[in-house]
Structures are given as C-alpha cells and as structure tokens.
Design a protein around this ligand. Structure first.
Ligand SMILES: [Zn+2]
Length: 415
C-alpha cells in the first residue's frame, strides 16, 4: 500500500499560484485536474510547483497559530475534525534584534568536536572495531532514528496514529537514544516549524543553501521573537501524556545513561572491544549519523526540493534520485503516518515499523490518505477558497471512515 502522490495540473496555474487570497481572485478555473500515481511522473515540475506554491500561501496545521477547530460527525458515526487557520504566517518580519539569531557557541564547539571524533570513528570502524560492536552501533542508530521519526515526529508531533502505553514507553526510550532533546522540546520546536514553515520564524529556516540548512540553522540560538512564539505553542496533549512528562522531568538522568554510558560501556564490559571502538564508533560516529540524518529533513530540499527559490528543477531527473516529491508531501499532509522522510511513502522502515506495531495491536487508528480523498480535498479547496492543507485534512478524515480497519496490512495502492 502506498500513499498517493499529490500533483495537480492547472491550466491557469500562474494566476492560481500567485493568488494570496483565492476568494478575492474572483475566479478559479481548474481546467484539468490530474491526480494519479502513474501519471505523476509525466507531469512537469511547474505543475507541482503550482500546488507547492499555493500550499505555502497557507499556514500548515500547527498549534501556535490563530485558528479555529470545527468538529462534526458523518453518517456512519466517524468523527471528523477540521482546523481552519485564519492567520497566515508572515515571511516579511523586519530584521531587528528581536529576530536575529546569535550563534550558540557551546553548540558550535560541540559540533566541531563531534565531527572530528565522528570522522576519526570511520577510520576506527575499519581498523579497531569488532563485528558485534558494529551490529550494536547499527542497532542503537536504528533505535534512535525510529524514536525520532515513529515516536517524536509521527506519534507525538502529528498524532498520525495512537500507541499503547508499552509502545509509547519503548519509543520514549528510543527517542532518548537519538540525543536530540526531550520529546516535549522536540515536538514544541517541530510544531513551530510547521506553523511558520519557511518564514523567518521557522526555527530550521534558511534561505541560502544546503550547508546553512543542514548546519548553521541548527547551531544558533532562537531569536527573542521565536522564544515568544515557542512559549505560545499548544502542548496540552503532551502535558497529559505521563510518559512524555516522565522523560521531560528525568531527561538529565536518562540521557547520560541511555545515550552516553550504554554505547560506550557495553562494548568494553560485555565483549571486550577496544576503547577506541566504544568512544569513536559506538558513541561519536553514531551521534554524528543520527544528528545529520535528522537535520537533513530540513535541508534536503536544497538538493532534492522543487522550490524555485532554492533549487531550480525543470526536469524530471529529480525523480530518479528521490522517486517522490518529499518532503513537500509531508507539509501538505502532515497527518499521514506514511510520510516517508526518505522518499518512500509506503515502504520506508518507519512506516514498516508502525505497520508491524499495528499488526501486533500496539498501534491503532493509523491515519492515511487515498487518491480519491486527495482529489476531493483539492477540489474542495478550489471550490471553497479555503487553504489546501485544511481541505486535504478534512477529506482525509472523512475518508478514514470508509477504510477497512486493517487496511495497513494490505500492500496495495489505495484508490
Ligand atoms: Zn512534521
């Protein structure tokens, strides 16, 4: 099963994508709507850009914006919820002390040292490391990535599925092994990131190049304005989650035990590997990998994205590399549990992990999106003039009521 890929062919795309207010534009001529996984690759980049551009005129669903929530029930008893955002994010913040981001020097020094130690770890990996340490390091790396993607991102930040207490506890331990701060702080920043996507208030924002997006945006302090916005993010759902709050309270203890001592101590204590292997491979190289994989989520668009302002792409060569329109898909449909950060909507390892958990009864209510629902959502957006993200969310919620309870077990496209 694969999530649909979103593309729309709009004859009058220039007018459509430039329009900041669909209602005031007066007319919306959607001459031809094409949405199909098979035809997607035949579309030109400009077609997709029309959707992406129009999506960026909206504020993606977040919690710190000025929004109202509408709830209703369909005839078959399924509850649908629609969030209508009324205040679009502004990208024209005046450059002042209030919006300036200073360098975080402790982070800068730490990052320099981590790179030196991690790169040396590559040499140690091939010279002083036993196979069992290699497998152990790979396992811890996978745990950390799953904790960040399946846990902090898809479960806690976007609520794309429900998880049992056992699964949430395991994901909490895994997320601690990612070394990216507590779940609470991670989610708060990520919600602000979605809410202020690609504006100066976005904590991962960079309008320059890949290096700025990958490194510099992550080693700066937040601006005073961002600090204020961060404090306004609605975190009530996580504050009622005892596992999240337990980790937040004891992170100072969990982090050194699970993230520092475990990977260094285990190779020395249990299978007698070298000190170099424990410090430079199991700790430094692993940390460097997990950190850069996580940061790449916000910087990869400079290389593989389709935004005209970042990377011109007038050919379909980009599909040969990514086979998808990620990560734009996720910003249009953040509630889809299949949002593949690595270019595979339906077959990524995080998606597979969530499906296995669902088959075991640990994860329930997996939210996804069918092609028909995407068509309805896009048509709804054009007809009503409402933000595309909200319309897609409404159509997706309605569509979930019609899907079989165990639809995630079927490895087929949803049409
Ligand atoms: Zn997200």
């Amino acid at each position: 099963m694969s999530a649909p890929i979103v593309a729309v062919r709009i004859t009058n795309s220039a007018t459509y994508s430039r329009s900041r207010n669909y209602r005031s534009a007066g007319h919306h001529r959607l001459a031809q709507l094409t949405l199909s996984v098979k035809t997607f690759k035949k579309l030109s980049s400009d077609d997709a850009l029309a959707v992406m551009s129009s999506a960026e005129t909206t504020t993606p669903t977040g919690s710190s914006g000025n929004s109202e929530t509408l709830s209703g029930s369909s005839s078959n008893g399924c509850t649908t919820e629609t969030t209508t955002t009324t205040t679009p994010a502004s990208s024209s913040q005046p450059k002042s002390r209030d919006t300036t981001r200073e360098a975080s020097w402790p982070w800068v020094l730490f990052y320099i040292h981590l790179n030196i130690l991690g790169v040396y770890g590559i040499f140690v990996l091939f010279s002083h490391t036993s196979a069992i340490t290699l497998v152990f390091t790979a396992f811890l790396t996978l745990c950390g990535i799953l904790g960040a993607t399946a846990g902090a991102h898809r479960l806690w930040a976007h609520k794309t599925y429900h998880a049992s207490t056992l699964l949430r506890f395991i994901l909490m331990l895994c997320q601690t092994m990612a070394g990216q701060g507590s779940i609470y702080e991670w989610v708060r920043l990520h919600r602000l990131h979605h809410d202020k996507f690609r504006t100066a208030d976005d904590p991962y924002y960079s309008d320059k190049d890949f290096l700025h997006g990958q490194v510099f945006a992550n080693i700066r302090k937040l601006s005073p304005r961002q600090e204020r916005l961060l404090a306004e993010v609605d975190m009530r759902d996580l504050e009622s989650d005892r596992i999240v709050m337990f980790q937040k309270r004891f992170y100072w203890l969990l982090y050194p035990i699970l993230f520092v001592l475990l990977p260094i101590n285990a190779p020395l204590e249990y299978w007698g590997d070298t000190v170099q292997a424990a410090i430079f491979v199991a700790f430094s190289l692993r940390y460097l990998l997990v950190l850069n994989v996580a940061w790449m989520i916000n910087s990869a668009h400079f290389v593989w994205g389709l935004d005209k302002n970042h990377k011109q792409s007038d050919s379909n060569m980009v599909f040969l590399v990514t086979k998808s329109y990620w990560p734009q898909y996720h910003y249009l449909l953040p509630f889809d549990y299949q949002s593949g950060e690595f270019g595979s909507y339906g077959s990524g390892c995080t998606t597979a992990f969530i499906r296995i958990c669902a088959a075991m009864g640990l994860a329930t209510k997996l939210q996804t999106m069918t092609t028909d629902a995407v068509k309805r959502g896009l048509t709804m957006a054009v007809d009503s003039g409402r933000p595309i993200v909200d319309c897609l969310k409404q159509a997706g919620a309605e569509d979930m009521c019609n899907l079989q309870r165990e639809h995630y077990l079927k490895n087929e496209r949803l049409h």
